[in-house]
Design a protein around this ligand. Structure first.
Ligand code: GLN
Length: 284
């Protein structure tokens, strides 16, 4: 069977299984198996692949037909132009989260500083920032040791030496606030989905770790915890930047105002949803 035929059949199978991106899925999976890019597939569509490659491709298509996210099958996802290795222990980096990176860059002076990424997962946010701000010391923490190992491997593969990662249950690795070294920026994309959100029953999200997605109090618990706790680890002019669901912005702004943050505002993502809320302690 030629590569073209293989792709047409796989796309048809994935379409029937309900994939919203059947042809793209087939292309990405075959490119992955062959170690070639998609342009190569289009150029050499009349070639055939080895029996082993064919079998490997069939296995991946079968897993995708069951709903498994492409990023778990290929083991990576592009974020901020970087190839980020993924694992089923971590959330798959999303385009929405590039808004968090964008806003952090607007606050991160070029001359340098210290930034903490709370709940770093694959390390995607920390690594995107490290790639843009070589003079910054970027620290990513996660409660999961496996996530920390993955983030460290991502940093090594991308050659980003200004990002480091450690295991920490929230701020536990930094000691009590009085003795803690403070940060100029704290960013986080914490779990913020409500337990009963129907979104959790659809698509890729079904295969992602629930601990990275769901928070108590209608999705607000971890965001509110960070607002209260992060301020003790921020420098006097430090900024807190939180990603959140688009219906949570009002409540977050109120909570940040009440906790004494200044210049509180929400920023929209590319889809026009309020996605990141930020605040600091001095208006300079
Ligand atoms: N934005 C993600 C989603 O809707 C959730 C990410 C998160 O909970 N931090 O699937």
């Amino acid at each position: 069977m030629t590569l073209d035929t293989l792709l047409i059949k796989a796309a048809e199978r994935l379409r029937q299984a309900g994939s919203p991106s059947a042809r793209l899925d087939a292309d990405v999976l075959l490119s992955h198996v062959l170690g070639r890019d998609r342009t190569w597939l289009y150029t050499w569509g009349d070639k055939v692949c080895s029996t082993w490659q064919h079998a490997r491709f069939d296995a991946l298509v079968a897993a995708r037909a069951q709903g498994c996210p492409i990023a778990y099958l290929t083991g990576e996802r592009e974020f901020w132009g970087l190839a980020i290795a993924t694992s089923p222990n971590t959330l798959i980096p999303r385009p929405d989260t590039e808004t968090l990176v964008d806003v952090a860059l607007s606050r991160a002076q070029l001359h340098g500083g210290r930034l903490l990424d709370m709940g770093t997962g694959t390390g995607a946010v920390a690594l995107a920032l490290a790639s843009e701000r070589p003079n910054w010391q970027i620290i990513g923490v996660d409660i999961l040791a496996d996530a920390v190992t993955l983030a460290q491997a991502n940093a090594a593969r991308l050659g980003l030496r200004n990002a480091s990662f450690q295991q920490s249950d929230w701020f536990s690795a930094f000691g009590s606030p009085d003795e803690a070294a403070t940060f100029d920026i704290i960013v986080s994309n914490p779990p913020y989905i409500a337990k009963d959100d129907p979104h959790l029953a659809q698509g890729d999200v079904r295969f992602e770790p629930i601990s990275a997605l769901v928070a108590d109090a209608n999705g607000m618990a971890d965001l509110l915890y960070l607002i209260i706790t992060a301020r003790r680890y921020l420098s006097p002019t430090g900024w807190l930047l939180l990603e959140h669901g688009y219906r949570q912005a009002d409540e977050l702004r109120k909570a940040m105002d009440a906790a004494g943050y200044q210049s509180v505002e929400s920023i929209r993502d590319l889809a026009g949803h309020e996605r990141v809320t930020l605040g600091c302690f001095s208006s300079t």
